[in-house]
Structures are given as C-alpha cells and as structure tokens.
Design a protein around this ligand. Structure first.
Ligand SMILES: Nc1ncnc2c1ncn2[C@@H]1O[C@H](COP(=O)(O)OP(=O)(O)OP(=O)(O)O)[C@@H](O)[C@H]1O
Length: 366
C-alpha cells in the first residue's frame, strides 16, 4: 500500500495548451494517504477519469509528478506501479472459469499454486462467489462479472492502491447497495488505499471517509461528507452536494452586513471586517434548505415570502419560496407546520455562509 502524492500535477490533451480551458486537470497538489477510502466525485467531464488514469499509469501527465511513498512513478507502467483498476464495465476473460479469472493476476506473477488456491478462495468467500467458481465467466450475470473484476484486483497482496472507475454503473440498483457495503468491508479488512470515482454523491458518501469533489479540472474541496455539506468552500460544492443544493443570493455590501433589494442581512463581526478590506463585488450569501428557518408567523429578523410550491417527499417536504423575486428552498420536517401562501424565513447566523468570488470566506470568530 502506498501514499499517493500528486505534485504540481496538470494535464492537457492538447500538445500546446494556450489557456486554462485547454487543461483537463488544472495544476493541483494532492495527497491520498495510505489506507484511506476516498471518493473522487464530480459532474461529467470534470476530469475524474483523467486523474484516475494518471494515478494508475494508463496516462502520462503533461506536467508534474506522481509519487508513491515519495518515489516518482511517472515513467512506470500500471503493472510496475502495482495498481489494480476496476472499470465501469467488467474486464474478465469470458472463456475462463471464475476461479481461473481470479487466479490470473497471481499466476501471472508466478505465485505458488497453494497460495493461489488459498487467496482465491478467501476473496471468493468475501465476494460471495464460492458457488460459481467452476462456472465459465461468460455465463455470469452483470453484477457477478463485476464482482470477479473487483476480485482480480483484490487477490494481490502487493497492490499499492485499488482504483474504481464508476464500477457499479452496470449493476442493478438493489444490488448496488450490497456491493458498496462489500467494498467498505473489504477496505476495513485489508487496509487498502482505495479511490472510487463516481458522479453520485450518495455513492460517494456511503463509500468514502473523505470525498475529493472535482470541478473544472480541479479538486475544489477535500473533506468528509459532513464537511462538504456543512461548510462548502466553493459555491459549486454548495450546488452539487445536497438535494436540493444550497440556496445562493447575490448581495451587496451594507453598513452592518450585506443587502439585496433593500433587505438587510447582518453578518458576524469578523466577516464584516473582512468584507471591508476586499474589493470584489462578486458577493453571495449561501444557506442550505435544511438550515433555513421557516415559520407561519413573523418573528424578529425574519423576512416575509410567498410560498410557490410544496413538494411532499414522505418524511419531509421541500418548500419553494419567493423572497423579493429570488427563489429559495427550505426543508420542513414531518412535524413542522406547512405555511400555505405566506411564510417568514430567517437565516441562523452559524449556517449563513458568505462567498466572495465563489469561495467561502470565514470571519476570525469562526
Ligand atoms: N482522450 C482524450 N482526448 C481529448 N480530450 C479528452 C480525452 N479524454 C477526456 N478528454 C476531455 O478531458 C476532460 C475531462 O474528461 P474526463 O473523462 O476525465 O472527465 P470525467 O469527469 O471522468 O467525465 P465522465 O464522468 O463523463 O467520465 C473533458 O473535457 C473531456 O472531453
């Protein structure tokens, strides 16, 4: 197992990139600790597969270095890096039995046959493939094939890391959950460094201890699922994480905070001091629907809004509100009273975030 350090790494698919937009990976410095379970999350085209292929050695980065435990591996092939990669579609040999598929990476390395037997049986048991070991791989179901594909990565003791590129795409929804649990269990049992690519936040949050959220070729935030939810450090993280995403309102400076359309929103003193020192006029406040306080009666510091839509999602409701022409979403729990036409909202200070040039700013007091 290895610590993987991406050092001043960047990648462009064009030979002579002229601007940032020509980079699939914009310059980054990032460390995946040995033994961590990580998700690489982001929308289509943000650079997830490119980054994964650079780590595995399928792709050579145009700039920077990939270090495994401090050693440069840029020039090494995937096999020499001892990386196991599981792709969206299972990579297995159809004409071989499941046993031989699982044994293949070990036999390739000339591992003793007694050890091959032991290891294959161990992995088959974990992945619940014991009953199909003698079957030809071509007769397996899609999820069994993907389990064999994963198993081929797991049989080796010497892998530096296992990289998963959307491995559950072809799997039935009800089996996805089971396989995800299995992967988590394998991670705990073997202390492997795992990087799991997905564009599904739920999948990322259930698998990973830490999520690297990618946007436009960069990791915009690296943190626990909770950190990404409670403290998104970029407006994109706010939009992308959560369902629905964070509410954002463009604001201007005012005496004791910020304002929009004549409505004043007070900020912490620390933030206020910070705002006075920076020139940018690209200011937004952000608050998650879960943290917007909604009441049917006016309370101190609340703003009146119109209720435009109520979506009943069983155990909670999502209310869409119109606040001076801005659309705002709020989540109401089962036991909360649902306002009919008019509602009053307020923004608890600890959950009200300020973004300058799309990045979160925090006052000294926090
Ligand atoms: N072989 C290639 N040649 C040129 N451009 C490429 C190549 N592969 C990817 N790109 C571009 O690089 C950017 C990042 O693509 P990448 O496939 O890494 O994103 P992704 O986040 O994995 O997307 P998806 O979730 O759709 O697979 C995209 O703009 C894509 O069009």
């Amino acid at each position: 197992m290895a610590e993987i350090h991406l050092k001043t790494l960047a990648h462009s698919y064009s030979a002579n990139p002229q601007s940032d937009t020509e980079y699939a990976i914009r310059e980054m410095d990032h460390v995946w600790d040995q033994g961590g379970a990580y998700a690489l999350l982001g929308p289509s085209g943000c650079g997830k597969s490119t980054l994964l292929n650079i780590i595995s050695g399928l792709l050579s980065p145009s700039e920077g270095e990939v270090l495994f435990d401090g050693q440069r591996v840029n020039e090494l092939s995937p096999a020499e890096r001892n990386i196991a990669q599981v792709f969206q579609f299972p990579v297995i040999y159809d004409s071989m039995t499941v046993f031989d598929n699982l044994a293949f990476p070990l036999r390739n390395m000339k591992v003793r046959e007694s050890k091959v037997q032991k290891k294959v049986l161990e992995i088959a048991e974990i992945l619940e493939l014991q009953d199909v070991l003698k079957n030809k791989a071509k007769n397996l179901t899609a999820d069994e094939k993907q389990k064999v594909s994963m198993g081929r990565g797991l049989v080796r003791d010497d892998v530096s890391a296992i990289l998963f590129d959307e491995p559950l795409t072809v799997i039935d929804p009800h089996l996805k959950w089971k396989l995800r649990r299995k992967l988590k269990q394998i991670h705990e049992q073997f202390n492997l460094t795992m990087v799991y690519v997905t564009h599904d936040q739920l999948e990322a949050a259930t698998f990973a201890d830490k999520i690297a959220l990618m946007y436009g070729g960069q990791i915009v935030q690296f943190g626990t699922p909770r950190e990404l939810f409670e403290k998104p450090n970029h407006t994109f993280v706010g939009y992308f994480i959560g369902s629905p995403g964070m509410n954002f309102i463009e604001v201007k400076r005012s005496e004791s905070g910020v304002e929009f359309d004549g409505l004043k929103v007070s900020l912490d003193e620390g933030l206020q001091d910070f705002l006075e020192q920076i020139p940018s006029s690209n200011l937004k406040i952000g608050i998650r629907p879960e943290f917007v306080h909604v009441s049917v009666e006016s309370i101190t510091g609340s703003y009146e809004c119109a209720v435009t839509h109520v979506e009943d999602l069983g155990t909670y409701k999502i209310v869409t509100l119109d606040l001076k022409g801005r659309s705002l979403k709020a989540r109401l729990d089962e036991d909360q009273q649902v306002p009919e036409h008019k509602a009053y909202v307020s923004f608890p200070k600890q959950w009200l975030k300020l973004y300058v040039d799309e990045y979160l700013v925090e006052g000294d007091s926090e």
